[in-house]
Design a protein around this ligand. Sequence first.
Ligand code: C2E
Ligand code: MG
Ligand code: MG
Ligand code: MG
Length: 291
Amino acid sequence: AASPAFPDCLIIYDSGLMQDIKNRDGLEQDLHQAIADRSLQIVYQPKVHSSDWSNAGVEALVRWRHPTRGEVSPGDFIPIAEASGLIVDLGMFVMAEAARQCAEWSRQGRLIGVSINVAAGQVARPDFADKVLEIIELNDCPPTLVTIEITETMAHSNNNRFVEQLHRLRAAGLKLAIDDFGIGYSNLAHLAELDFDALKMDRSLISKLETSSRTVEVCRAIVNLGKALGCKVVAEGVETAGQAAAASKLGCDEIQGYYVSAELNAADYIDWQDRVEATSLIRTVRDIFGE
Ligand code: C2E
Ligand code: MG
Ligand code: MG
Ligand code: MG
């Protein structure tokens, strides 16, 4: 079609692309609404120590049940939230809900560390650390139980403001983890600039542990790097017993993935945790007294 605004141009419409853009706009509005209605949910995926499967805390993951489309995955709506700026409000919602839950558990005598994912667009704001600390204090959440997960690419951002915000959180007792390690743009020099507490090895590496001896060597190097920097190393996306054993043998401190458990709502997580503890207690008793 000839464009009235640009008469010399031929505009080619791609109906699929137009559909994508419209969907995206629709989703953006709906997401805006969902944040305003506080209708997003948070689920918790357990992590366990590789040595004895004892509790190593949980990762908070946001869930969105769209009124007509059903479950929309974070992989689809987080990028929309980032591009539209909605990530700031969404992020604060997740932070507040996770802090509230963590505080509730700790009042019940359950010290469960909660890891919270944050996006670049959140940390880039000069009031990020202030807002996070405010939410944590408001909810009476012990700061040392909170870990902020940033992605490798963000960790390598040259932006000094990022580093400043993260330093402030760490000074207040929060922990920092690098998420999805091994798939980003690996400027390893920048790893030295911030003290991290944990390094999470990406699922794409873990998934090849049983089949690729070269991947095993790459993972071994990552574990050694993490240890040398004083980080604990977490294996992400562990789906099989073989992957769990391989990760543990390499020295990964913690394991997370469907082999351990899928993400659960808060109540189901507590049931799960109690069951795991009961079985390991039974195992210990059997080890001591025999069958
Ligand atoms: P992530 O932080 O690396 O989270 C782990 C993702 O892997 C989660 O997907 C989880 O459901 C999935 N997963 C866990 N174990 C396994 C496994 O054994 N196999 C497989 N195939 N997948 C596994 P989810 O919840 O769909 O989230 C995807 C990504 O979206 C997250 O990756 C994170 O980057 C982002 N995200 C999720 N929630 C939030 C949030 O509240 N805020 C921000 N900024 N990003 C979030
Ligand atoms: Mg994460
Ligand atoms: Mg991850
Ligand atoms: Mg990942």
